[in-house]
Design a protein around this ligand. Structure first.
Ligand SMILES: Cc1cc2nc3c(=O)[nH]c(=O)nc-3n(C[C@H](O)[C@H](O)[C@H](O)COP(=O)(O)O)c2cc1C
Length: 196
């Protein structure tokens, strides 16, 4: 379900959780994420969750999390625990129909657990630890509307999730262009702003 990249030298126990939304092994988005992680690797321990491998149950709005700090489905228990305790969350996702691929959207909908902690049970903040996040994304066309929608969805969630957006890397036109060195540099520079 998840992959660990442990690093004995990582600084102060800094832990990075990566949520990968692409189903492809030769993913454009993952090329950017890998460059980000390469720059982060000296300073952090990294754990990767692949949304397509997890194939999380979709939220069914059963209301269980209105009265319990848990989901009625147990498939994301390990993920929830890491999500609350890791220092940085990397959202690495292609744009599908102006949004997230369905398996990643299912996980994001399952963060409703924290929305209900905050607004049904008055837990403020819903997650005690303040964390950072970055968003790395690519899309095939030249229009960045999908990225804006993804960013808007995540920013709205971050206010409840006690997450500060540390930066974004976004690349359009993958239908016609490869990921270039300039795009990869943006990913490493973002990592350096966080880890230097
Ligand atoms: C189901 C599906 C829906 C897509 N929807 C969009 C879209 O709305 N806008 C866009 O610009 N590209 C769209 N694309 C193209 C992908 O965003 C693009 O190929 C992306 O770079 C793939 O990233 P990956 O290689 O990391 O998986 C879509 C691709 C697929 C397979």
């Amino acid at each position: 379900m998840s992959v660990h990249i442990a690093n004995a030298n990582f600084k102060n126990g800094y832990r990075v959780l990566v949520l990968n939304g692409s189903p492809k092994s030769d993913s454009f988005t993952w090329q950017l994420a890998e460059r980000f992680l390469k720059a982060a690797r000296q300073a952090a321990s990294i754990k990767i969750y692949n949304a397509y491998d997890i194939a999380a149950n979709a939220c069914v709005d059963c209301g269980y999390c209105k009265s319990n700090r848990a989901c009625k489905f147990s498939d994301l228990n390990e993920f929830y625990s890491d999500f609350e305790s890791f220092d940085l969350i990397v959202f690495s996702t292609p744009v599908y129909n102006l949004s997230f691929p369905a398996p990643l959207k299912a996980i994001i909908d399952r963060l409703q657990l924290y929305y209900n902690a905050r607004f049904s049970r008055g837990e403020k903040p819903a997650i005690a630890k303040k964390r950072k996040a970055v968003i790395i994304s690519t899309c095939g066309g030249s229009d960045d509307a999908g990225f804006k929608i993804i960013e808007k969805q995540l920013k709205a969630a971050f206010t409840v999730l006690n997450i500060e957006l540390a930066g974004t890397v976004f690349k359009t036109c993958t239908d016609n262009e490869k990921i270039g060195e300039e795009d990869l540099q943006k990913a490493s520079k973002l990592a350096l702003t966080i880890f230097e």
